[in-house]
Every structure is written in structure tokens, then in C-alpha cells.
Design a protein around this ligand. Structure first.
Ligand code: MG
Length: 458
């Protein structure tokens, strides 16, 4: 994952522990980050991975060596750490987490003083310090120190409660099943829900960095235990988190698992009913459902390139209050414009409370789409030319080329054709009112793409 001249990927630094991401490397990265921040106060915390304490210690050494003072928060969800950076007015933060990746991976996220992951331009400056040996070590009497910081989980839970009507939610006595993925969601979500007057049943809530119960990515195929538990205990809601608790996927009272853009559209609908005219920020890979809701309830959709950091930065720039991704990332600006699984859970409960409806019926009221996906292999060096050609061939259609090409058709079907950022292939995501149409779009555009690719090969 770590290339020769690049440290950061789409979501921080990621690598295989003790192979790509070693303690030695973490010290150097820490020193490079510390050099970049120039002796600031930085918060450090980590997720539940077995390697997280080891890597955090190495990073702290590097930061201290560069003269930064560290406030050490220990184990916590990424959004709780982001919130603490902002609310305590630290200069920034470093979070040791590999989010949804398998347990053998770990990673490093760097956040700015607003709690948002730093933009690519700042990452390049850190890479420049790292690769060009520009690390500045502090003199012996300017080496940074470490202080423990306690109480951030309590502050974070209080902040979330401040954005919903606690009394109303508590009056419903909801029963919620939480699947914490054996990770940091367990430290926050059951507490939050109990303080919202819910009865809580947990599964996979013991902290275990080997992730013994399920992979930390909350994909539907990993959430069968959650779905069956919701049914078995007759709960009102089930919610599953990824490894660092910034993404959440919901299960209705019938045990049906819903993908992220549906629950996002539900939150969007109830947000726009109260706040018409607001901007809704979402990556171009999201369902047209998100735009349907914006159109129907007086919102303005702003499409971005794919990537949570881009959504956060766009929200900040436009002062937008709501953003969402299909993978279960919900960004609630009044709290913080970053993905936040616990905040999303409170918003879903708030929507259920306001409407006094069950989650299954609320989701059933939304427009329906069928989604089909495909991929076409494409040599890395041809990706750009092929995209240009495809854009040329789709001129005159209703398109958006912010990230790949997305085409919307008259019958509300659409397709996104986008080069993969990590593999030598193009990905296709089609959506339509019937499964057949979605499938046909994937087939037609795969063929179109293959023709373009072969025309460049000869
Ligand atoms: Mg995550």
C-alpha cells in the first residue's frame, strides 16, 4: 500500500503491520508530521487493533522528537477523536486506525485543527518533509511531552445528545441492537443509546483487535448475525459499525439490512423538511435517490468526487450541514462535517421518533432503484485517454465528469463509469427502476469501454 514517493492514500496512510507499516516507519512519519505542525499541541488516539498501541507510541516519539506536545486520548472512535481536536482547540491530531481494513492492517490519519482529515495539499507537504529528509528534530530542551487526556468519550456523547430531542426519543423506549465489530463503537454507542432512553442489546461488543466475529467492514454479508439478533429479540433497530465507528449500517425491525444511501436519503428527507433550501453534499457514486429527495424536499444536491475527505472539505467550504455516502458515512455539519456513526444513529432514532413510524415503513416510502455493478480491466497507462474518449462519446447526454463519467437517462436510470484508484480497471455502477435495465446498462457500457480500450491497444 505504501509506494515509493507517496505515503497517503484516499484515507490516510495504510499498510500491513510490521511489513509495510513498522514502528520505525511510524517514528519517521510522526517526526515528519511534527515538523509540519511546528511544535503544536496534537491529540493522539487509536482504534482497537492489536498493533494500535505499538504504533501510537512510535508516532508519539516522532512527534515529541519534532517538538510537538501530545495529548494522549487512548482508544476511541475516530469521530470522537476528531470532535476532541476541534472542541479542545488543539492544533491537530493523529489517529492510528485502518478503519474497515482487515486486522493485519493499520493506518495513520492526520486531522487539522477543525477535526477534518487534512486535504491532499497538506499531505503532499508532509510527504515532501518525509521523503526529502526535511525532518527538523527539536533541541534537547525543546523535546515535546505527553499528557493523558481523559473524558473525551463523555464530551462526545454529550455533544451528540445536544443535536436531538432526548426526551422525545426516550419516550419511545426503543430497543436497539448494536454490532460494534469488536471495536471502538462499543466504547460509545451503547452509552449514547442508554442515555437516549433506549434498551440496548449488544453483539461483538468486547474489544478484540483480531476481529473474531466479523470483518470490520459493515457490508451486508458480514451483518447476518445482527439481522437475526434484531429479529430474535424483536428490536426496533439494529446498527453495525466499521472498525473506527465512523460508518454505520442499519437493520430495520424486520431484520432487513439497508445499504447506506437509503438511510442517508431518509435522514436527508427529514433534514430538508425542517431545513428547506440547504445544500446536500454527496459523492457522484451515490444513488439518484439522494437527488430525488433533494428535488422533492427543496434541497440542492452538490456532487463531489468519491472520498469522504472530499465530502468533508466541500461541506466546510459551502457551509453545508448534511453529507452522506453510499457506504454508510453520514456527515452532520452542526455536530461536525466528518463521518460519524454514533451521530448517524441518533439521527435515525430522531427520524423514527418524529414520525412515530417503523424503520421498514420509513424506508419503504423512498423511491426504489435497482443497482448493478461491473468492472472492465484496463491498463493503468490508458486510463486517462480512455476516459477522454468516453467523455467525447457521451457528449450531448446528461453527464457529470467530476469523477469518471456519470450519465443520467430520461427514464431515471444512470451509470457511473469510473477508473479505480487502486487497481488496473474501470468500475461501472448502474441504477434503474428495473433490474433488467440496470444490468443492460452495465453490459452496454462494458462493451463500449472494451471497444475503446482495444482501439488504443492496436
Ligand atoms: Mg472508518
Amino acid at each position: 500500500m505504501l509506494s515509493q514517493r507517496r505515503l497517503f492514500g484516499t484515507n490516510g496512510i495504510r499498510g500491513l503491520v510490521n511489513k509495510e507499516l513498522t514502528p520505525e516507519l511510524a517514528i519517521s512519519i510522526g517526526s515528519a508530521i511534527g515538523t509540519y505542525f511546528r511544535c503544536g499541541d496534537l491529540l493522539v488516539g487509536y482504534d482497537a487493533r492489536t498493533s494500535s498501541p505499538m504504533l501510537a507510541k512510535a508516532i508519539i516519539s516522532g512527534l515529541n522528537a519534532a517538538g510537538c506536545d501530545v495529548l494522549f486520548a487512548g482508544m476511541a472512535p475516530t469521530p470522537a477523536l476528531q470532535y476532541a481536536v476541534k472542541s479542545h482547540k488543539f492544533d491537530g491530531g493523529v489517529i492510528v486506525t485502518a478503519s474497515h481494513n482487515p486486522p493485519e492492517y493499520n493506518g495513520i490519519k492526520v486531522v487539522w485543527n477543525d477535526g477534518i482529515e487534512i486535504a491532499r495539499e497538506k499531505e503532499i507537504e508532509i510527504e515532501n518533509i518525509f521523503f526529502n529528509h526535511k525532518i527538523r528534530f527539536a533541541k534537547w530542551d525543546k523535546i515535546g511531552g505527553v499528557q493523558n487526556l481523559t473524558g473525551i468519550i463523555e464530551e462526545y456523547v454529550e455533544a451528540i445528545k445536544g443535536h436531538v430531542d432526548i426526551t422525545k426519543i426516550a419516550s419511545k423506549h426503543y430497543h436497539v441492537v448494536v454490532d460494534a465489530a469488536n471495536s471502538v463503537a462499543a466504547l460509545v454507542v451503547p452509552k449514547l443509546l442508554r442515555e437516549l432512553g433506549c434498551r440496548v442489546t449488544t453483539i461483538n461488543a468486547n474489544i478484540d483487535g483480531t476481529f473474531p466475529a466479523r470483518p470490520p467492514e459493515p457490508r451486508p454479508e458480514n451483518l447476518r448475525d445482527l439481522a437475526s439478533t434484531v429479529k430474535a429479540v424483536s428490536a426496533d433497530l439494529g446498527v453495525a459499525f466499521d472498525g473506527d465507528a465512523d460508518r454505520s449500517i442499519f437493520v430495520d425491525e424486520k431484520g432487513e439490512i439497508h445499504w447506506g444511501d437509503k438511510t442517508f436519503a431518509l435522514i436527508e428527507k427529514h433534514f430538508l423538511m425542517r431545513n428547506p433550501g440547504e445544500k446536500i453534499v454527496s459523492p457522484i457514486s451515490s444513488s439518484t435517490l439522494v437527488k430525488d429527495i433533494a428535488d422533492a424536499y427543496g434541497g440542492e444536491i452538490v456532487w463531489t468526487k468519491v472520498g469522504s475527505v472530499i465530502v468533508s472539505h466541500t461541506m466546510k467550504k459551502l457551509n453545508a450541514k448534511l453529507g452522506g455516502e453510499e457506504n454508510g458515512g453520514i456527515f452532520y455539519g452542526p455536530h461536525q462535517p466528518v463521518r460519524d456513526g454514533a451521530m448517524a444513529t441518533a439521527l435515525i432514532l430522531s427520524t423514527m421518533t418524529e414520525t412515530s413510524e417503523k424503520l421498514s415503513s420509513l424506508l419503504a416510502e423512498l423511491p426504489k432503484y435497482f443497482i448493478e455493478k461491473g468492472k472492465v480491466e484496463c491498463p493503468e497507462n490508458l486510463k486517462e485517454k480512455i476516459l477522454e474518449k468516453l467523455v467525447e462519446q457521451t457528449k450531448g447526454l446528461n453527464t457529470n465528469t467530476i469523477d469518471g463519467v456519470k450519465i443520467w437517462f430520461e427514464d431515471k436510470s444512470s451509470i457511473l463509469v469510473r477508473p479505480s484508484g487502486t487497481e488496473p480497471l474501470y468500475r461501472l455502477y448502474a441504477e434503474a427502476k428495473t433490474r433488467e435495465k440496470a444490468l443492460r446498462l452495465v453490459q452496454d457500457f462494458s462493451l463500449k469501454l472494451k471497444r475503446i480500450i482495444s482501439s488504443f491497444k492496436v
